[in-house]
Design a protein around this ligand. Structure first.
Ligand code: ADP
Length: 210
């Protein structure tokens, strides 16, 4: 079965009388386990697409199916559940909480999902271990390099073993060495079975995708 399918997706932003078309009839599907790259220059609608796929926005027209079910047919509760449990998000700017250490940042999604307190720490430590940042577990984001911050963000994204990871320019703020490192982590997560949708405008980054 397709994990994600979109048909004739359109998004038109309307500000007063000004209409900005961002997506004009996009159709594609992604199977479980795929590593998909979405490429295009700035302004081509990549973030708009990712927002819709992550349930943060709705299309103006067209259909979005997640695990075979139309987005409109999920309740608000179901959308929130899927977002929290089945999707992981990695952004260019890391989006870590500044006054919170590595362990607490990674635990964050678990507070929204009713995981038992005793289990939270174990799950967070495992995710932190997996991305190789255990040696910084008590550090704060400001005490970490860009590459290390992105590892923490990936640990947070995978702490509940999501089906799909949405990565929006994950190496955009990193030097090429750290970028390679982050792409290596995403590749091995894909080999373990996570579906990945990667947005990038850089050819060498897109080459990690299938
Ligand atoms: P990308 O991520 O590829 O840079 P975006 O999805 O951010 O592209 O933007 C696609 C187009 O939609 C751009 O022309 C942008 O200016 C426009 N756009 C994005 N968000 C809004 C908004 N909230 N209101 C109006 N126009 C927008």
């Amino acid at each position: 079965m397709e994990l994600i399918e979109v048909r004739n997706l359109e998004k038109i932003y309307q500000n007063g009388s000004v209409k900005t078309p961002a997506l004009r009839g996009v159709s594609f599907s992604i199977k479980e386990g795929e590593f998909v790259g979405v490429m295009g220059p700035s302004g081509s609608g990549k973030s708009t697409l990712l927002h819709i796929l992550g349930f943060l926005d709705t299309p103006t027209k067209g259909d979005y199916f997640f695990e075979g079910k139309r987005m409109e047919d999920f309740s608000e509760e179901q959308l929130a559940y899927i977002r929290n449990k089945k999707m992981g998000f990695v952004f260019q700017n890391f989006n870590l909480l500044p006054r919170t250490n590595v362990l607490e940042n990674v635990k964050l999604p678990l507070f929204y999902s009713g995981v038992k307190e005793s289990l939270m720490e174990k799950m967070a430590r495992e995710a932190i271990e997996k991305v190789g940042i255990s040696y910084r577990i008590n550090h704060y984001p400001s005490q970490l390099s860009g590459g290390e911050r992105q590892k923490v963000a990936i640990a947070r994204a995978i702490v509940q073993n999501p089906l799909v990871i949405f990565a929006d320019e994950p190496t955009g703020n990193l030097d090429s060495k750290s970028g390679e490192n982050i792409m290596g982590i995403l590749s091995s997560l894909n080999k373990e079975g996570h579906t990945i949708l990667l947005v990038t405008h850089e050819t060498w980054i897109a080459q990690y995708a299938e």
